[in-house]
Ligand binder design. Sequence first.
Ligand code: NAP
Ligand code: MG
Length: 496
Amino acid sequence: MDQVMKDWLQESVGKTYGNFIDGRWQESASKKTYPVFNPGKREQVLGYFPASTAEDVEQAVNAAHKAFAAWSKVPGPDRAAILLRFADLLEKYAEEIAYMLSAEQGKVLAESRGEVLRAAKEARFAAGEAFRIEGKTLPSERADVWNAYVRYPIGVVAAIAPWNFPVVTPVRKIAPALAYGCTVVFKPASVTPWTSVRLIELLAEAGVPQGVVNLVIGSGSRVGDPLVKHPLVRGISFTGSSNLGISIHELAAKRLAKTQLELGGKNPAIVFDYDDAEEVAKQIVNAAFTCSGQRCTSISRVIVLKDKAKELTEAIVSEMRKIKVGPAWDSSATMGPLVSEEQLTSVMQYIELGQKEGARLLYGGEMLTHGEYADGYYLSPTFFDQVKPEMSIAREEIFGPVLTLLAVEDEGEALRVANNVAYGLAASIFTKDLSQAYRAVERVESGMVHVNHGTASQAHMPFGGTKQSGYGAFSIGSTNIEFFTDMKVVYFQYEK
Ligand code: NAP
Ligand code: MG
């Protein structure tokens, strides 16, 4: 039992928070707040957060627009210095931020600590990018003319984040925005605004000037929508569900605002061959059940050749038996609750649907309601085999701790099945045959592909998807320059 976290929570919950606009904490124009609860202990109110409206969005966008003139002129290395201080602060307060993160999102403490440290790494990478906003020169067709193209920041960026990674996703948007000279209005998911407040405090402490980063907390319809529609917002970096991403893209397209969309997934692990079934099972189970399966890059389909299916299935089940579901303050727990009742209900519906469709429920699938579990949204990790490609559980994103297994005849069928979904975010391929690995990497339709390990990304590599899983510049790596800056081509005659 992590008593320190429990005690910390006891002392820290129940406060009222505001929006951060133009360098000032303030209540919403609506004067209203709403409570945010702990998904591991649903009666516990973590805090009261502003139920903001379009009026708050208007103020925040205007503040960001005003601040842009000066911020975009701050030299890149100076902007980087602020981000490096911010990364140091994330590390300094990592434990406390991890408590908040686990309390509002539900993930176990080890995962929360990892997320905070990952955010620090990404902030440092972004800081480095502020030194590398590269242009190019080319020889001219004419004598005494200098040809070049340069990059400049686009202006105010809207950052809209989901609830599954409430620390790293905002940092993944805000840090590069600042590195490239943009200003930001940030809207967190309404169920996870607590860590966002802390992130903004630390950005201010690191030296981000007034108006450069603004936080508006509230619902998608009352805050997200007016933010997306605001004419002064030049780019929208959105992470969330595919349907919403598409409708945001439609709205943005009407005024040719840019979008960077990180959307859903139905990620396969294609298993052809291995030396050690247990090791493959470990990789798959870890990638499937981290964050209770509420990761856009979670493995949700195992596509395995028939001759390996039995052995791999057994190895996966025995790996799943090691998962211990529990609240974040239970240090022996390895999987937390789901984020909300809505999410729990939706995942339970898929588990019922899978059984109705004729898949075999091999492991888990129950809501946990005894003892301490009764206080939160706990579900046992779930595994279906005998799954067919046309079943809903094999095609739709469940976004919970549910893994499916589909057995196939050969490599061709494996890749056809893998690609037979609307999504294309991440994929894993397990094989010992180098040629087969190359063929599969080439043919699998996904933005990211991992050979012989699970779908874990790194803090300096481009991150994104294809098909319904994403659009626009990949986030994280140096690809961000395509979203946060525009190009200007310069012809410069220096002699007549
Ligand atoms: P969501 O329902 O799509 O919401 C995402 C964000 O959009 C939230 O802040 C939400 O606010 C806001 N929003 C809602 N309606 C809006 C509107 N009309 N205009 C503008 N913003 C609006 O996603 P979620 O349920 O939070 O997260 C789960 C989804 O995110 C999954 O599909 C998952 O795959 C995807 N995801 C993708 C990635 C990736 O990198 N590819 C990473 C993480 C998650 P409210 O919270 O107030 O509804
Ligand atoms: Mg949602």
